[in-house]
Design a protein around this ligand. Sequence first.
Ligand SMILES: [Fe+2]
Length: 161
Amino acid sequence: MDAIELLKSQHEEVKALFKELEKAKGGSKEMLFDEIADALALHATIEEKHFYPATKSARTEDMLREAVEEHLGVKRIIADLLESDSSDPQYDAKLKVLKEQVEHHVEEEESDLFPAVKKAMSKEQLRELCVVMQDAAAEIESEGSPRDNVPAETGAPAPIE
Ligand SMILES: [Fe+2]
């Protein structure tokens, strides 16, 4: 597996969870949201700490700056949702906006950023980066629920250097 394949598989995982969420009600909606928040938090962290800095170049810099701004927007909605529950009349609307923003971000990464990275980096480099990212993911998961870190990351976009 290479770094791009890893990130795409995480995108698929989140898409599947959002699909399940459409059918969920009440408490199970909140549990699914927690799962989505964990998956997105883990994904954003390994992208910001490893994938974005490793793939930064003159060609990708603008895309990466937009990506971390989009992550910031997503994190703010997640932080907001972590403080609400499904009895809030805005709860479903917040979930919907989260889903739309994630879909937009995934679409841009998969159609613009990933192809540019694929051109600039060798298969070997992308495989090595994948190992680093998998190790980082395992470490984050061993520390507890990744979503717990999100509220502290809503002040500014992650640096990409
Ligand atoms: Fe991302």
